[in-house]
Design a protein around this ligand. Structure first.
Ligand SMILES: *Cc1c(COP(=O)(O)O)cnc(C)c1O
Length: 493
């Protein structure tokens, strides 16, 4: 299967798309076609363990990789997860399930892809005959950063530089990043918000002088953000896997299907769900849940993408995003493959901060997605309510999804089974979760985790306890227009 840039006609193989990260024209690589799965394929998938499922699915999504080659990569990628099912399903209440994606080393769903990406990337580089060191540049709204640092730590032939918004991530997220060990890892705080950091990284990818400076140091650039195809493919796997389990266990039936609600920021996770649906997964409505940064809610409801609005810091910081990069891949499909159309929209977004799709495209968008949002107050209320009613502890991102899914059911009366995607451990955001469930906290964000554990008796991952005492290894701070210099300084000192 080939991949095309969302902004041009160029076709590349999967290994090439993964090594490059982003297309030279600034577009994202999107699949030209997707495999079609039958009911029997889902039944067969349900009989495999998670790494075997992932290897099978990736061998179909990524040309140039065989199942035999992918299976050991998948086994290694998921070896450090603290649940044997890797991405377990929990029954929340009748007909409602939670897909827990936070059992990896950094306690957020980013591990599902970022434990895999370094293996895919180094294998892709070999296939492409790439000799240079691959320098990963990544912007993070909180969780990608640590997951990338953890995934690429001391991987030969790679280095990773992570940019995070100064003051824009949670205390635990920041501590996780600035304590990262490894000879090839760099962490820089940017004076700006996530969109500034993400735009800065994208600009570096298109900056000939910077690319040249890196080349002089024997390095070529790639990305670990969800713009990289190697991030997206492992995410499609858990949707197919979850559907296979729901069907096999009789929790969903083929004809009714299941609604899927995803807490969304950059539109990567929910895009993977859309690809799973396109492959034949019995997914009905895709419910796109946002926090107070509700640009996607408005887009789905009106067809107008307007980023010209205040940026809000929320208790679900990994979704504090106004420019949802991965939406571009969906736009290519809305435009029926017309990359010129996508380029025009992205140009307008860049110059005017707004674009509007055509009426027939709005109808398609609204048919596939439901958009909703929850502010911090509603998010806290959801955490408290679900804890009291179901004794299930949700992190704020998951809670945004639960709150929006509830609105969806009330608004539409749709009785189909519901899958809520849980993207982080509640212990990653322990102070806010403790407050929401009425657990008194006396100390800082790290003590809050212990207190929350004692209060709820829900077991905390051991990484949380270790974090408080780890030494800070990274202190670099840069202006948002000086990110290139910060990268080079990291290599030169
Ligand atoms: C990254 C992240 C999200 C948003 O995912 P996107 O793929 O950017 O939409 C939601 N929740 C958590 C905990 C995250 O880390």
């Amino acid at each position: 299967m080939a991949f095309v840039s969302t902004r041009g006609a160029e076709r590349v193989s999967a290994p090439e798309a993964i090594v490059r990260g982003i297309a030279p024209d600034g577009g994202l690589y999107a699949p030209e076609a997707l495999p079609a799965w039958s009911r029997a394929d889902f039944a067969a998938l349900a009989r495999l363990d998670y790494p075997a499922r992932a290897a099978l699915i990736l061998s179909q999504l990524l040309d140039g990789f065989t199942q035999e080659e992918l299976l050991p990569m998948a086994r290694n990628a998921y070896a450090r997860f603290d649940d044997p099912q890797i991405a377990p399903l929990r029954a929340l209440r009748d007909g409602q399930y939670v897909l827990e994606l936070f059992h990896g080393p950094t306690m957020a769903f980013k591990d599902m892809a970022l434990q895999f990406l370094p293996r895919l990337l180094t294998a892709s580089a070999r296939k492409q005959g790439e000799q240079r060191e691959i320098a990963i540049l990544t912007a993070t709204s909180g969780d990608t950063g640590k997951a990338a640092l953890e995934g690429f730590q001391d991987v030969p032939g790679t280095s990773v530089t992570v940019f995070y918004p100064l003051g824009g991530v949670s205390a635990v997220q920041e501590k996780q990043m600035v304590t990262s060990a490894g000879k090839n890892v760099h962490v820089v705080a940017v004076k700006g918000n996530f969109d500034d950091a993400q735009t800065g990284v994208k600009t570096l990818f298109g900056d000939p002088a910077f690319i040249d400076s890196m080349a002089q140091r024997g390095k070529t650039l790639s990305s670990a953000n969800s713009i990289n195809l190697g991030r997206l493919a492992p995410q499609v796997a858990y949707y197919l896997s979850a559907c296979a389990d729901l069907l096999a266990d009789g929790k969903a039936d083929w004809d009714t299907g299941v609604n899927v609600c995803v807490p969304t920021g950059n539109f990567g996770n929910i895009l993977a769900a859309w690809y799973a649906k396109r492959m034949g997964a019995p997914i009905r409505k895709l419910i796109c849940a946002s926090n107070r940064n509700d640009v996607l809610t408005d887009f789905i409801r009106t067809g107008v993408y307007d980023k010209r609005r205040p940026f809000h810091k929320t208790i679900s910081p990994s979704m504090d995003i106004l420019i949802s990069s991965n939406l571009e891949r969906f736009l290519l499909e809305l435009a029926q493959g017309d990359a010129r159309q996508v380029r025009a929209w992205m140009e307008r977004l860049k110059t005017e901060g707004i674009y509007e799709i055509a009426p027939d495209q709005k109808a398609v968008l609204a048919d596939i997605f439901f958009g909703g949002c929850a502010d911090d107050e509603k998010t806290r209320a959801a955490i408290g309510r679900v804890w009291r009613e179901e004794q299930y502890l949700m992190d704020p991102h998951t809670a945004v999804a639960e709150a929006v899914a509830r609105d969806y059911r009330q608004e539409t009366g749709d009785p189909a089974p519901l899958l809520i995607v849980s993207t982080a451990s509640p212990y990653k955001f322990a102070a806010d979760v403790a407050q929401a469930v009425g657990c008194p906290v006396s100390g800082d964000a790290f003590d809050a985790a212990q207190e929350l554990e004692a209060f709820t008796q829900v077991k905390a991952p051991r990484q949380v306890a270790e974090l408080k005492s780890l030494p800070v290894l990274h202190t670099r701070i840069c202006e948002k227009d000086r990110m290139g210099e910060a990268v080079l300084a990291g290599f030169d000192d």
